[in-house]
Write a protein of this length. Sequence first.
Length: 276
Amino acid sequence: MAEIVAAVACAHTPMMAVRPAPDGTGMKERIYAALREARARLERARPEALVVISNEHLQNWFFDNWPALAIAYPETMEGPFERNLPMPRYRLRGYPDLGRYLVETALAAHFDPSWSEEFEPDHGVMLPLHHLRPQMDLPTVIVLQNCVHPPMPALQRCQAFGHVLGEALARWPRAERVALIGVGGLSHWIGIQGMGRVNAAWDRWFLERLCAGDGETLGAITPAELAREAGNGGEEIRNWLAVQAAVGNRPAELLAYEPITDWLTGSAVVYWDLAA
């Protein structure tokens, strides 16, 4: 049986790569330092496989066929999709056996994920891995939830899938150590009125409830509240909630939060220490 030994949630704004220059208040460096700390903790947890929970950004799919939930597990992947992004381009090893198992388990639990054996991960996957596991040495399955365009799955539905994911990994017949990485958000407004705004008060409220393991309160956030308080980019909290549910709503540690308007996003790094 597999064991989830660690989990991380963090922002995946491409502005981390586009605008890395330090700011006068040290906000960016505190996020980079938190990512370095999370990377060191992941290394100490000794995972043998990764499951990354992210979302598509109109790169691999478009509105002619947009899944609410998908699981990607090619033999190998190269990314990021955005070749003009100022960061290295990596080759990432997939994990087809685990990916197919997760699809089959989800189907048995009354989820109907799409699945893909051909996928080119974008910044939403590769930028966090660039900071958290630049060796790109672990077999990886990518889970993608629709956080981009309505209709989107309800927050509680994403939590329910997270529970299924956690239970599936606990029953995975190989004795492997698995780490989860959930990426996206927090508050940001992209391509709409209010772009560049960050709602630090809401972000801090969300992080407080997340780190306390209060999935019930977070799952009760209404669509209107989420859109009003966190913007259309804040829909990506679905990925954080799925990770929280997968680890059984265990408490987490906030390594850093900064409302970085130069990155257009409320940025945070959260770590669940599960090795014990």
